[in-house]
Write a protein that binds this ligand. Structure first.
Ligand code: ADP
Length: 216
């Protein structure tokens, strides 16, 4: 099955996607992570997009579309993709549908993680990621274990766009663009709204329940 996960910045898309990937042997396609790795690897594309990402705005639809087609066209990932952070606007939702059709696939489930702006603020400003294993922590809700080898504090990194100012713009960008995406999946009868404010494991359980009921 192919799944779309969306929600405001800091909603927990990445955290939950990583759990679902493990449990159901899917492949996570995070457009944010793909774009960040272009910046880290200092590619030509990375230099073009870094200022856009650090302003909290969206990278151009064409750039992101080219990135995701590489995964959709890969036979190893056929019907095993979880889209984390894509689509973010109506054009991307339509483009995703077209690309999936081209490779004889479709979206089976669209999960919207709902989180209020107050919680989002703490989620973003408290977030850090282990540069070794990619695990996501939060100093308020889910701190990294003390004395851990892999996720020791020296390996924990903050995202450069996780400042309050940039987060506010990212949230506004989300609010401005997401309504037609929600409508799109609602009309296709694929939309499920999940309360993203409960604990990580409760949210994982709720999502697992939705996936199980889809699989029948
Ligand atoms: P979040 O959604 O929590 O802000 P992400 O890691 O998903 O974090 O995305 C970080 C940034 O990457 C976004 O603010 C945006 O600039 C860019 N980005 C990610 N996905 C897309 C997309 N589908 N279309 C355009 N830009 C994107």
């Amino acid at each position: 099955m192919n799944i779309v996960v969306f929600g405001p910045p800091g909603a927990g898309k990445g955290t939950q996607s990583k759990f679902i990937v493990k449990k159901y042997n899917l492949h996570q396609l995070s457009t944010g992570e793909l774009l960040r790795s272009e910046i880290i690897n200092k590619t030509q594309l990375g230099s073009e997009i870094s200022s856009i990402m650090n302003s909290g705005n969206l990278v151009s639809d064409n750039i992101v579309s080219d990135l995701i087609e590489k995964f959709i066209s890969n036979i190893d990932y056929k019907n095993r993709l979880i889209f984390d952070g894509y689509p973010r606007n109506k054009l991307q939702a339509e483009n995703l549908n077209t690309l999936l059709k081209k490779y004889d696939q479709r979206i089976d489930l669209a999960l919207k993680l709902s989180v209020s702006p107050d919680v989002i603020q703490k989620r973003i400003t408290g977030r850090s990621v282990c540069s070794i294993c990619g695990k996501i922590y939060n100093e308020y809700f889910n701190p990294a274990p003390i004395n851990a080898e892999c996720c020791a504090s020296k390996y924990l990194q903050k995202r450069s766009d996780d400042t309050l100012d940039i987060a506010i713009t990212r949230y506004k960008t989300y609010e401005k663009n997401i309504k037609p995406v929600i409508d799109f999946y609602e009309e296709c009868n694929l939309l499920k709204v999940v309360n993203g404010e409960t604990s990580i494991s409760e949210i994982t359980n709720e999502i697992s329940g939705l996936i199980e009921s889809f699989k029948g």
